[in-house]
Ligand binder design. Structure first.
Ligand code: C2E
Ligand code: MG
Ligand code: MG
Length: 676
């Protein structure tokens, strides 16, 4: 381009010089009176020079125009407008430049399309997405994040993420070490409202250090939390008296004992049972009985000191504990006073349905640590003292003494016999069928243990498993169970294609065994059965004992192909989100709730809510202890996946279960009759 400009300039200079020279010649010729034609020649020269000047001006102008066009285009691109196509000329020195600029525009246009596409995707997500830098400063958010927090993206970007979170105490979980470890938190919105959210995060991996950081995906879990709180409330409080139920009372007592131990104080437990309460129910009806219990719990709540905790443990059984008695004081005198207050309240007349009713009660008192160190023993001892008092005419109280506990002697005896149960081959494995409520087919069974003790009959596991757990006997028993189930399974496979999936119960001590996974892997290998044919049932309480370690172990078992299930769901204290860290595939609704479906609205609600929540979390839901058709109808109406209970079959021998499965394979299933 410059080349043209310079040529034009040179032409101009030459033109001007020529014109100057001709003017000189003209002046010279005038003085010498030269001929006219010479004068004309000079004039033509001047015209030629002017023409050269005009030509130069034209060339310069025609060169500047495409350059200005190029500058305009570059400015448009610089301003982010990539849609204006550039005209690329063919035979022009500027063509390479125009071409390069057009290529650049096209590339920028494509990356802008990609960027918009990504933003559209992010903004279409229902979950809030926040991207942070390595130092947790927010660098990008989507529309859902703006909606969730109530801040605009401009307000969010640049803020440290933790400033938006409310520090919370998470039950059952170790405190999170960093933001990326959080699975759940509470956020504070622009309007100051707090909202519980679930969080999942992943690291942003980029070679470019500037782009490193974390992507957080958050979801409002207010509804889930509300449902969870409701389940927990219904499961912990007695619906009639609104007092803590047995489970909750034991939980509170456990906390009380722990506090008292730290403060070196005494806990007194009063266990009370109404005398002949059954007569009130029988004579005046259950409604009168219920009303009496309501009035009684109101009275006791009012009469007892503030620090006393009252609970309803069963029908007409209540308990009170106080913690923090100074060891210097006379704990017997203090608790005797309390017992007298309770007895006095009970002895006042009850006016129910125009009747005047009179009641008495028997109270047993035990102390921690003197009589027992833990909740279960303390309750058992207070219970024994209550029986003692009742036997001595009732309407009184008694302090526990070791002689009262005849049951304790029996326990000792059983313990010593249990030691020999394995050697003497007294254990028996039974199988209770599990039914798919959609196909009406038996899809497997739960393996349940029995102890056939000569002279005692079948002892249920609830009586001997706790004994076995007190010693390491449970480990031998657990291995025996696993071997026996695998052996039975192998035998079934000789007669039937698919014996279904067998669930096996595990207790805490078994899980704590070192090399547990390896042991089980070897057992499966030895019997040539696949781990995928089995499911392990673990209770909520067991899971939450040492969650970190348990997660590791369960991940290992899961990787082996075993399915994992939470047994007796609803009776524990873990939050659903705490359970989410485990590789669990199914929930078993505790039978105490299933039993209540027919007659307890609260229980029916719990069952329905557990089914809904289990499903929402992608788990299979099993109802256990189904005994009536009404329970079955309810479970079917709420689309519970599987069920188990006396309605479908009691726990049966391995041979009976096989016969049932063979019948089903031949199309003669017994269960189907139930659904007809
Ligand atoms: P679980 O795992 O919750 O088992 C269900 C219990 O409910 C079983 O009692 C079963 O017989 C009973 N059941 C089933 N259907 C019904 C029904 O319709 N109505 C009623 N009222 N009860 C029903 P079981 O066999 O006495 O077992 C009690 C607990 O003992 C089990 O509770 C389980 O935690 C434990 N257990 C059983 N076998 C083993 C075992 O091999 N190892 C370990 N560690 N624990 C076991
Ligand atoms: Mg079970
Ligand atoms: Mg259960």
């Amino acid at each position: 381009m410059n080349k043209y400009k310079n040529t034009a300039k040179a032409l101009l200079v030459v033109g001007l010089l020529a014109a100057g020279l001709l003017v000189l010649l003209f002046v010279f010729s005038l003085s010498r009176q030269v001929e006219f034609w010479l004068f004309a020649l000079v004039l033509a020269g001047i015209a030629l020079a002017s023409l050269a000047a005009i030509l130069t001006w034209g060339v310069t102008r025609s060169l500047d125009q495409p350059i200005n066009e190029l500058i305009k285009s570059a400015e448009r691109i610089g301003n982010g407008n990539y849609n204006h196509q550039l005209a690329v000329s063919e035979d022009n020195d500027l063509a390479p430049l125009e071409h390069a600029l057009e290529q650049m525009r096209l590339k920028l246009q494509q990356s802008a399309i990609n960027n918009n596409y990504l933003t559209t995707v992010l903004d279409s997500m229902n979950d809030a997405v926040l991207v942070t830098s390595e130092s947790n400063i927010i660098s990008k958010v989507n529309v859902s994040a703006e909606n969730l927090f109530g801040f605009s993206s401009a307000e969010l970007i640049g803020k440290p993420l933790h400033e938006l979170l409310v520090p919370v105490q998470r039950d059952g979980q170790a405190p999170a070490t960093g933001l990326a470890d959080l699975e759940e938190s509470v956020i504070r919105t622009a309007s100051g409202q707090t909202i519980p959210v679930s969080i999942s995060s992943s690291a942003l991996n980029s070679a470019n250090a500037e782009f490193q950081g974390t992507i957080f995906v958050m979801r409002d879990i207010t509804d889930r939390k509300r449902a969870e709180r409701r389940i927990r409330y219904l499961a912990r409080f007695d619906s009639l008296t609104k007092l803590p139920n047995r489970m909750q009372f034991q939980h509170l007592l456990q906390q009380g004992i722990a506090r008292a131990r730290r403060a070196e104080r005494i806990v007194a437990l009063l266990y009370l049972d109404l005398d002949r309460f059954k007569e009130i129910n029988d004579t005046f009806g259950h409604e009168a009985g219920d009303r009496t219990l309501e009035i009684l719990s109101d009275r006791l709540t009012r009469a007892l000191p503030k620090e006393a905790v009252l609970g309803r443990l069963a029908g007409d059984e209540f308990a009170v504990f106080i913690e923090g008695i100074d060891p210097q004081e006379d704990e017997r005198a203090q608790s005797a006073n309390l017992a007298r207050v309770v007895l006095a309240e009970i002895s006042k007349a009850f006016y129910v349905q125009q009747h005047e009713l009179f009641l008495t009660a028997s109270i047993g008192i035990a102390f921690c640590p003197r009589d027992a160190e833990n909740v279960i023993d303390l309750i058992r001892h207070a219970d024994a003292a209550m029986y003692y008092s009742k036997q001595n005419s009732g309407n009184n109280f008694a302090f526990y003494s070791p002689e009262m506990n005849a049951a304790a002697v029996e326990r000792l005896m059983l313990k010593s016999k249990l030691r020999r149960a394995l050697e003497r081959d007294e254990l028996v494995m039974l199988y209770q069928p599990k039914v798919d409520l959609q196909t009406n087919m038996v899809i497997g069974a739960e393996a349940l243990l029995r102890w056939r003790l000569p002279g005692y009959g079948d002892i249920p596991p609830s009586q001997f498993i706790p004994l076995a757990e007190e010693t390491s006997l449970i480990l031998g028993i657990g291995d025996w169970v696993m071997n026996r189930v695998c052996e039975d399974y192998r035998r079934w496979m000789d007669s039937i294609n698919n014996p279904g999936q067998i669930s096996i119960n595990l207790s805490l001590k078994q899980l704590r065994q070192t090399s547990f996974a390896t042991r089980y892997r070897n057992i499966f290998k030895r019997h040539e059965v696949s781990p995928t044919s089995f499911e392990l049932e673990i209770t909520e309480t067991t899971l939450m004992q040492d969650p970190k370690r348990t997660v590791k172990l369960l991940d290992e078992l899961f990787a082996m192909g075993l399915t994992l299930s939470i047994d007796d769901f609803g009776t524990g204290y873990s939050s659903l989100s705490a359970l989410q860290q485990f590789p669990i595939s199914s929930l078993k609704i505790d039978q105490s709730f299933v039993r209540g479906i027919d007659n307890d609205k609260g229980d029916a609600t719990i069952v329905r809510t557990i089914i809904e929540m289990g499903k929402a979390m992608g788990m299979m839901v099993v109802a256990e202890g189904v005994e009536t058709r009404a329970q079955l109808e309810y479970l079917r109406a709420h689309q519970c996946h599987y069920a188990q209970g006396h309605l479908f079959g009691r726990a049966m021998t391995a041979q009976d279960f096989l016969a049932m499965m063979i019948g089903q394979e031949k199309g003669q299933y017994q269960i189907a009759a139930l659904f007809a």
